[in-house]
Design a protein around this ligand. Structure first.
Ligand SMILES: *[C@@H]1O[C@H](CO)[C@@H](O)[C@H](O)[C@H]1NC(C)=O
Ligand SMILES: *[C@@H]1O[C@H](CO)[C@@H](O)[C@H](O)[C@H]1NC(C)=O
Ligand SMILES: *[C@@H]1O[C@H](CO)[C@@H](O)[C@H](O)[C@H]1NC(C)=O
Ligand SMILES: [Cu+2]
Length: 201
C-alpha cells in the first residue's frame, strides 16, 4: 500500500517536473507526453483525415509550453504521407526561434517566400522543441491556402502579452538552455527530498 502511494506520488512529481509542451493549434496529429521524444511526429505516424487549411501568408502554430525557456524549429514536408526524411531536408526549415516565457506562445510561420509552398498543396508542419530534455516532436496536417476557409487567427496568443508578429520570427539560436536545465535539476531535488522523507517516515 505504502509502496503504491510512493509510486503514485513519484509519478505525479515526475509529471509536474517533466512537463513538455502541447501543440494547441492547428490541432496536433496526436499528443502523448511520454512519446513526444519520438520523431518525426511525437509517436503519431498516421496522417489526420481532417486537415486544417493553413495560410501561405502570416500563418502560425500555437503551443502551450510547460518549460519557461526553449528554442524551436518548424519544418515543412509536402504530400499526403510524408516520411521522416521529408522533414529533414535543408530546405524544410520554415521557422525557428527562441521563447523565454512559459505557457501560450504563437510561433509565426510565414510561407509566402517558400518556393514549393503553393495554393492547394498538402503539407505537414513539424515542430521540434528543445528545452533541455531532448528534442520533442509534434505535427499538424494541413492544406496550404491563399485564402484559408477554416483557419482560426484568434488562436494566436502570447502569454507574455507581446505582439504575436514579433514573437517567433526567424531568429538566432541561443547558445544554451541552462535556465531550463537548472529549473529541472531543482525539481529533481525537491522530488528526491519528498520521496526520501516519506521513506524515512
Ligand atoms: C479531426 O477530427 C477529430 C474528431 O472530430 C478531432 O478530434 C481532431 O482534433 C481533428 N484533427 C484535426 C487536425 O483537425
Ligand atoms: C521543390 O520541389 C522540387 C520537385 O519536387 C524539389 O526538387 C525541390 O527540392 C523542392 N524545393 C524545396 C525548397 O522544397
Ligand atoms: C479560435 O480560437 C480562440 C482562442 O483560442 C477560441 O476562443 C475560439 O473559440 C476559436 N474559434 C473557433 C471557431 O474555433
Ligand atoms: Cu519537458
Amino acid at each position: 500500500m505504502a509502496r503504491l502511494l510512493f509510486t503514485a506520488l513519484l509519478a505525479l512529481a515526475c509529471q509536474t517536473v517533466f512537463g513538455h509542451y502541447q501543440l494547441t493549434y492547428p490541432p496536433s496529429r496526436g499528443f502523448d507526453e511520454s512519446r513526444e521524444v519520438i520523431g518525426p511526429c511525437g509517436g503519431f505516424d498516421s496522417v489526420s483525415s481532417n486537415r486544417t487549411d493553413f495560410p501561405l501568408k502570416n500563418g502560425f502554430l500555437e503551443i502551450n509550453s510547460e518549460h519557461p525557456k526553449y528554442t524551436y524549429k518548424v519544418n515543412i514536408a509536402y504530400g499526403n504521407k510524408p516520411t521522416a526524411a521529408d522533414f529533414s531536408a535543408d530546405t524544410s526549415v520554415v521557422a525557428q526561434g527562441q521563447v523565454a516565457y512559459p505557457s501560450q506562445s504563437c510561433l509565426q510561420v510565414d510561407l509566402s517566400s517558400v518556393k514549393n509552398a503553393t495554393d492547394g498543396t498538402l503539407a505537414t508542419l513539424q515542430i521540434i522543441y528543445m528545452a533541455g530534455d531532448g528534442d520533442l516532436y509534434q505535427c499538424t496536417d494541413v492544406t496550404l491556402k491563399n485564402e484559408p476557409s477554416n483557419f482560426n487567427t484568434s488562436a494566436c496568443i502570447n502569454a507574455d502579452g507581446s505582439s504575436p508578429t514579433k514573437s517567433g520570427s526567424t531568429g538566432s539560436q541561443p547558445s544554451s538552455t541552462n535556465a531550463a536545465s537548472t529549473i529541472q535539476a531543482g525539481g529533481f531535488m525537491i522530488m528526491a527530498a519528498v520521496v526520501l522523507s516519506l521513506v524515512i517516515a
